[in-house]
Design a protein around this ligand. Structure first.
Ligand code: NAD
Length: 359
C-alpha cells in the first residue's frame, strides 16, 4: 500500500500526525505493509514552492494508491489570486485524479447525541452515507457565463447561465459505487433527483432505476431533492445510502453532516474508478485553533479507516480503528469541540494516544 501523506496547513499538520500513528499501528497489528511519503500542499506548498499543488506533490499523489489529506487554507492566503489560493490544491487533485465519487458518512455516536441540534430520539443511532457525484453536473457543464440577455422581460440586461449535464455513463458509474457501498452497509439506497423539473434529472432517475435491477438484494427508492432535504431533518434514520449529483450532494451532505453536530468527527473519501482515493476530514484548517494541541484528530483517524476499507478492502483493520474510536468516546475522553460536563478534556496528542491504547 503506497500512501501519500499531505498534511497541508493549520491543524492539518497536527491531525494527520495522529492518523498516521494509528494507521501504522493497525497495519503492523494486521501484518499489512505500507509505504508512506509526505509532501507539502496548500499554503505550506505555496510558501515553499510558490504553488499550492506543486508538480512533485501531484506526481506523488498520482503514484500513490491512496492519499491522506489534512486540510488547507489560512487567513494569510486570502488575498492571493485565485490560482494560487490553497483551496485550489483540493480542486486540482480531484480533477487530475478523476475523483468522481465523494463519500460522506454521518454517524451519531451514542456518547455525542447531545452535540446535535436535533432531538436525541431523531438522531440517536444515526448511520447514513451520502454519495455525491463530484466531477460533473452544473458545476462543470458548458456553456456557462454572464452575457447580455437577448430575450425575456429584462432583455438587454446582464444574465448569468450555467448548464446542468450528466451523461448516462457518469450516472451508471456513481450508481454502481452506491450499490456496492450499500451492500457493505444497511442494503438500502435512495437516489435523489429533481426529475419532475429537469431533463438531466429525468435521465438520472431512469438510469438509477435501471442499475438497481442489477442489485436485487438492495432496497431501492428515489426521492425529489426538496423532499430529501426535509426528510433528512424530519426522520434521517429512514436512509442508509443516498446517491445524488454534484450540486444536490453539495447541499445535502453539509446538511447531513450537521445532524451529528460535531465537525471534528466527520471523515470523507473521494474515489476514482480504480478505487484510488483521497481521504480527508470534512472540516478545514481551523486557523483559530492551529498549533494549540486542541484540534480533534478523530475525523482524520476515521478517514484513515475509510482508506483501509474503500481503497484496500481491509474491512477488519478499518473496523478496528472505528471500534477504538468508539471505545475512547465511551471512556469519556473528549477534545474541546465535543467536551461536555462530566467528560474528560484531552488535547490532540492525548486523543491520538488514547486511540492507540484502545487499539
Ligand atoms: P473550518 O472547518 O476550518 O473551521 C470551522 C470551525 O470549526 C472553527 O471554529 C474551527 O476551530 C472548528 N474546527 C474545525 N475542525 C476542527 C477540529 N478538528 N477540531 C476542533 N474544532 C474544529 O472552517 P473555516 O474556518 O471556514 O475555514 C478555515 C480555512 O479552511 C479556510 O481557509 C477554508 O478555505 C479552509 N477549508 C479547507 C477545506 C479543505 O481543506 N478541504 C475545507 C473547508 C475549509
Amino acid at each position: 500500500m503506497k500512501i501519500a501523506i499531505l498534511p497541508g496547513d493549520g491543524i492539518g499538520k497536527e491531525i494527520t500526525v495522529e492518523a498516521v500513528r494509528v494507521l501504522k499501528a493497525v497495519c503492523s497489528m494486521a501484518g499489512l505493509s505500507m509505504e508512506l511519503e509526505e509532501a507539502p500542499v496548500g499554503g505550506t506548498a505555496y510558501d515553499a514552492l510558490g504553488d499550492p499543488l506543486p508538480e512533485s506533490t501531484l506526481k506523488l499523489a498520482k503514484e500513490a494508491d491512496a492519499i491522506l489529506f489534512g486540510a488547507v487554507g489560512g487567513w494569510q492566503y486570502d488575498t492571493l489570486p485565485r490560482a494560487k489560493r490553497p483551496e485550489q490544491a483540493v480542486l486540482g487533485l480531484r480533477k487530475h485524479l478523476n475523483l468522481f465519487a465523494n463519500l460522506r458518512p454521518s454517524i451519531v455516536y451514542p456518547e455525542l447525541v447531545n452535540a446535535s441540534t436535533l432531538k436525541p430520539e431523531v438522531v440517536s443511532g444515526l448511520d447514513i452515507l451520502i454519495l455525491r457525484e463530484l466531477t460533473g453536473d452544473i458545476y462543470f457543464g458548458q456553456p456557462r457565463g454572464i452575457r447580455i440577455a437577448e430575450e425575456g422581460p429584462f432583455k438587454g440586461q446582464r444574465e448569468g447561465f450555467d448548464t446542468m449535464r450528466y451523461s448516462e455513463g457518469e450516472i451508471r458509474r456513481i450508481m454502481h459505487v452506491g450499490f456496492a457501498a450499500a451492500r457493505k452497509r444497511g442494503k438500502k439506497l435512495c437516489s435523489v433527483d429533481k426529475a419532475n423539473v429537469l431533463e438531466t434529472m429525468q435521465l438520472w432517475k431512469e438510469v438509477a432505476a435501471d442499475v438497481a435491477t442489477e442489485y436485487p438484494d438492495i432496497a431501492f427508492s428515489s426521492m425529489y431533492v426538496d423532499n430529501a432535504a426535509m426528510q433528512l431533518v424530519r426522520n434521517p434514520k429512514q436512509f442508509d445510502v443516498i446517491v445524488t449529483g454534484n450540486m444536490f450532494g453539495d447541499i445535502l451532505s453539509d446538511e447531513a453532516s450537521m445532524l451529528t453536530g460535531s465537525i471534528g468527527m466527520q471523515p470523507s473519501a473521494s474515489l476514482n474508478e480504480s478505487k484510488k482515493g483521497l481521504y480527508e476530514p470534512i472540516h478545514g484548517s481551523a486557523p483559530d485553533i492551529a498549533g494549540k494541541d486542541v484540534a480533534n484528530p478523530l475525523a482524520t483517524i476515521l478517514s484513515a479507516a475509510m482508506m483501509l476499507r474503500y481503497s484496500f478492502d481491509q474491512e477488519a483493520a478499518a473496523d478496528k480503528i472505528e471500534s477504538a474510536v468508539r471505545k475512547v468516546l465511551a471512556l469519556g475522553l473528549r477534545t474541546a469541540d465535543i467536551f461536555e460536563t462530566g467528560t474528560t478534556k484531552v488535547g490532540t496528542r492525548e486523543m491520538g494516544d488514547a486511540v492507540l491504547k484502545a487499539l
